[in-house]
Design a protein around this ligand. Structure first.
Ligand SMILES: [Zn+2]
Length: 211
């Protein structure tokens, strides 16, 4: 998915969650920007305008680059580092919605893990595994060769992690930020393998004429 068309100076307005700490609607303060003279390039290419913003919650830095040639804040945004997480257009709407929620709630780990488990459930249902529980779907997905045994171990881990906050487990009621981030990374990787990777496969070459 491409970045929204905004001026580089308006980047803080499009960041829904800090890419470092996950906090929603982060307060991003500009701490550095290119000076028009200092940013002249030595390689003869058109100069690019850069801006750095700091998150008031985690002090993490977000960097934005403008489209080449415009040396002020009215340059359009060309790139953001770390990159913004947006679901691929190849991921079906329901799964993309759960994944987006999992990503946006990374700073609320319990909620995020539940959304990552919902993403996995949604992906497997989409593969025709509609009956039974998530537990059964994961095992059937291995039987049917949709996922590998080791991927199923990950999927079960996320399922169990999501069960703790869902059932207000008395011994282990809350997830940590690391656990939420691992669960999201797995759910995202699964969506990548099931939906995005196949879309990148080049068309089969035409058969070579036989002599
Ligand atoms: Zn932050």
């Amino acid at each position: 998915m491409s970045l929204p068309k905004v001026h580089i100076g308006n980047v803080p307005n499009i960041i829904k969650n800090c890419p470092h700490c996950g906090v929603a609607n982060p307060r991003l303060t500009m701490v550095w920007q290119s000076g028009s003279a200092k940013s002249a390039r030595m390689d003869g290419k058109p100069p690019e305008y850069w801006m750095c913003f700091v998150c008031s919650t985690c002090a993490g830095i977000l960097t934005a680059k403008g489209t080449p040639g415009v040396m002020n804040q009215s340059a359009y945004l060309a790139k953001v580092f770390p990159s913004l997480w947006l679901p691929s257009e190849h991921i079906p709407e329901r799964t993309a919605n759960y994944l987006t929620q999992a990503n946006r709630t990374l700073s609320s780990p319990d909620a995020s893990v539940i959304m990552s488990a919902a993403s996995i459930d949604s992906i497997l249902k989409d593969q025709g595994l509609k009956k039974g529980s998530l537990y059964e779907r994961i095992n059937k997905a291995v039987d049917q060769g949709i996922i590998t045994k080791s991927m199923s171990e990950w999927a079960h881990r996320v399922r169990l992690d999501a069960n703790s906050p869902r059932h207000a487990d008395e011994t282990d009621p809350h997830m940590t930020a690391d656990e939420a981030s691992r669960a999201f990374n797995f759910a995202q990787a699964l969506a990548e393998i099931i939906y995005v990777l196949p879309s990148k496969m080049p068309p089969k070459p035409a058969p070579k004429p036989t002599a």
